[in-house]
Design a protein around this ligand. Structure first.
Ligand code: FEO
Length: 169
C-alpha cells in the first residue's frame, strides 16, 4: 500500500511524463514544419516512450492501492532556433527528469517502501538510456556542417521505432 506522500509524488511524476510526451510531440511538429521528417519520426517515437512511462506509473499506483489523480499538463514550447537547440532542450529536459526520478527514489528510501524502490529502479536504468540516446543525437548534430550531412542524419534518425519492452508490456 502506497503512503499518501508517495502516491502524490508519483501522481506528480505521471504529469511530468505526459508533459515530456507533449514536449517531444511539439518538437516533432516543429521538425515536420521544417521538412525534416526523420527528425520528426524520432521525436514521435520518443513521445510514445514517454506515454509508456506515464502509463507504467499509472498502473503501478492503481495496483498498489493508490488513487491516480491526473493534473493539468503545461503547454510546451513550439519552436526552437535550430534543430540542435531543440535536441539540447530535450537533453536538458531528460536530465531534469532524471533528477526527479532520483528524488522519488530518495522518498521511497526514507519511507522504506521496498516495492516502490524496486519499481523505480526500472526508471533509473531507463533514464541512463534516455540521456545517452538524446546526448548522442546532440553530439551528431554538432558534427553536422552542411545540408548534405543534415540530410544523412535525418535518414538515420528516421529509422527509429518504438518497441515496448517485452517483459514490461
Ligand atoms: Fe520518461 Fe524521457 O523520461
Amino acid at each position: 500500500m502506497l503512503s499518501k506522500r508517495m502516491e502524490e509524488a508519483i501522481n506528480d511524476q505521471i504529469k511530468w511524463e505526459f508533459f515530456s510526451g507533449y514536449l517531444y510531440l511539439s518538437m516533432a511538429a516543429y521538425f515536420e514544419g521544417m521538412g525534416l521528417a526523420g527528425f520528426a519520426k524520432w521525436m514521435e517515437a520518443q513521445t510514445q516512450e514517454e506515454l509508456f512511462h506515464a502509463m507504467k506509473m499509472y498502473r503501478y499506483v492503481i495496483e498498489h492501492g493508490g488513487r491516480v489523480v491526473l493534473q493539468a499538463v503545461d503547454q510546451p514550447e513550439s519552436s526552437w532556433e535550430t534543430p540542435l537547440a531543440a535536441f539540447e532542450n530535450a537533453l536538458a529536459h531528460e536530465r531534469l527528469v532524471t533528477s526527479r526520478i532520483n528524488k522519488l527514489m530518495d522518498l521511497a528510501m526514507d519511507e522504506r517502501d521496498h516495492a516502490t524502490l524496486a519499481f523505480l529502479q526500472w526508471f533509473v536504468s531507463e533514464q541512463v538510456e534516455e540521456e545517452a540516446s538524446v546526448g548522442d543525437a546532440v553530439a551528431k548534430l554538432k558534427l553536422v556542417q552542411d545540408g548534405g550531412a543534415l540530410y544523412m542524419l535525418d535518414k538515420e534518425l528516421g529509422v527509429r521505432v518504438f518497441t515496448p519492452p517485452q517483459a514490461e508490456a
